[in-house]
Design a protein around this ligand. Structure first.
Ligand SMILES: *[C@@H]1O[C@H](CO)[C@@H](O)[C@H](O)[C@H]1NC(C)=O
Length: 226
């Protein structure tokens, strides 16, 4: 009983002392920090460290100068919408409320990195003519970012597939019902794009019930120089 009492007092004393100690240190730093210059200097330091850790779009690697960093995440089944990020700016997402079932496409000026426009086309019950009009209006020197959501392909006809192939897509000709698909191409590309992924909807390998897994693709696109 006596020992317990002593221990209790020691614990209380210790808590009081350490609280006081911490209060003292914090106050002391605050006082020192009263010097505006040092607060400013310190926050710059912290910012510099944060920038070193944060890569554009949350990517694994930084891009060299004169390259645009991008990340595309395809939709998850029919539940979570896709995201398209360029140079740390979200071009399309559920939060931006500019995505939908089917093909989600962002058009970007290949010289400046500026967003030209976005569009989403329902390829399950929509009209492919709307998507065709969007593709046909794309001008030379435009980057095309594409992410699938749910079903990107049922309504795709040969004309639409050929146009997408002309932007550098390899898989446009074989993409099918509920496949996961991500692609970056451009109007006026002479070669097939290295930035494209496709996972076929296949009962044997699907991650979700009726859909394959989500695709996440990131990389660096050289800025167009004229
Ligand atoms: C890209 O931006 C440049 C500079 O503003 C402009 O001259 C060019 O026409 C634009 N290209 C496209 C495809 O929008």
């Amino acid at each position: 009983m006596r020992w317990l009492g002593i221990i209790r007092i020691v614990v209380i004393l210790f808590t009081l002392l350490s609280t006081w100690y911490f209060a003292e240190t914090i106050l002391a730093t605050k006082w020192k920090g009263g010097n505006i210059g040092s607060i400013f200097g310190r926050s710059l330091e912290i910012k510099a460290v944060a920038q070193k850790i944060h890569k554009k779009c949350g990517n694994e690697k930084d891009c060299p100068d004169k390259y645009f960093a991008f990340k595309i995440i395809s939709g998850a089944a029919s539940v979570v919408g896709p995201t398209i990020c360029l140079e740390d700016r979200i071009l399309m997402s559920s939060v931006k409320n500019n995505i939908g079932r089917g093909l989600n496409i962002a058009l970007v000026n290949a010289s400046t990195g500026e967003l030209i426009k976005t569009g989403h086309y329902d390829m399950y019950s929509g009209d492919v003519k709307d998507a065709l009009k969007f593709f046909e209006d794309i001008k030379d020197g435009t980057l095309v970012f594409l992410a699938s959501y749910d079903d990107p392909a049922t309504k795709l006809n040969d004309e639409a597939r050929n146009l997408l192939a002309s932007f550098g897509s390899t898989y446009a000709k074989k993409v099918g019902f509920r496949d996961s698909w991500t692609f970056v191409g451009g109007k006026g590309l002479k070669h097939k794009s290295p930035f494209e992924q496709l996972i076929k909807n296949d009962k044997e390998t699907n991650k979700y019930d009726g859909w394959p897994e989500v695709l996440e693709m990131e990389g660096c696109i050289p800025q167009r120089m004229d």
